[in-house]
Design a protein around this ligand. Structure first.
Ligand SMILES: C[S@@+](CC[C@H](N)C(=O)[O-])C[C@H]1O[C@@H](n2cnc3c(N)ncnc32)[C@H](O)[C@@H]1O
Length: 216
């Protein structure tokens, strides 16, 4: 499955193929759900999988599960005793997520939490995160970053999705004061570029991924 965008299509053709279970999830998402583009998709999913494989994390946190597509990609690289926690606010998504996690043979290693992220995070304060993927309500990117950063181990990785926000973060875009989401994404990106706690790489892949390596 791919977008009409020829660059995206070319990138997918020259990346490892989407595993069959994920291709099935992509098809189901496009047929049955509103806003299927919220799912990470082929190229981004393979990048998440590769980063996870390179790190071999023992603890992964995802904020914003949707169908579980990115969770399954990130879980591919888990260490043998590793666990991925993923948080989704919408209970209607639960049965599909659990069905695909089970089909991937990951029911013991993927812990799904249904609830608002800031509340669920209070129950996970004992964890130390190797890899964190923040991909929920974008207005709260900074809130989630601040809630988790002290639990990320030095050298750990945070990945923030949709940091291009459809191009609306670019300086020439005429943002209305009422567009709180765009203003929040912009402010968060600016803050991360100057934050001494992290080393950052802004990847203009898809809708933009911000990679943050915790340095202190
Ligand atoms: C962009 S989608 C996540 C996509 C998924 N990470 C992937 O890449 O396949 C964002 C998800 O975050 C969920 N969400 C929004 N606000 C949330 C909150 N406050 N707490 C937890 N989940 C939230 C939405 O219901 C939605 O399913």
């Amino acid at each position: 499955m791919t977008d009409a965008d020829p660059t995206q299509y070319y990138a997918e053709q020259h990346s490892s193929p989407e595993p069959p279970l994920l291709a099935q999830l992509t098809r189901e998402t496009h047929v049955q759900l509103l806003m299927p583009r919220m799912s990470s998709g082929h190229s981004q999913g393979r990048l998440l999988s590769m980063l996870s494989h390179l790190m071999r994390p023992r603890r992964i946190l995802e904020i914003g599960t949707f169908t579980g597509y990115a969770a399954l990609c990130l879980a591919e690289g888990l260490a043998p005793d590793g666990v991925l926690h993923t948080i989704e606010i919408n209970p209607e998504r639960e049965s599909r997520i659990r069905r695909y996690v089970a089909a991937a043979g990951l029911s013991e290693r993927v812990q799904l939490h249904i609830g608002a992220a800031h509340e669920v995070l209070r129950t996970l304060v004992e964890e130390t995160w190797d890899l964190v993927f923040i991909d929920a309500d974008k207005i709260n990117n900074d809130r989630y970053f601040e809630l988790v950063i002290n639990q990320v181990r030095p050298g750990g990785l945070l990945i923030i999705d949709n940091v291009l926000w459809g191009g609306k973060v670019l300086p020439d875009y005429p943002v209305k004061p009422s567009d709180k989401d765009t203003l929040a994404v912009r402010a968060f990106n600016d803050k991360m570029a100057a934050d001494p706690r992290v080393e950052s790489v802004f990847l203009p892949l898809r809708d933009g991924l911000l990679l943050l390596r915790k340095v202190v």
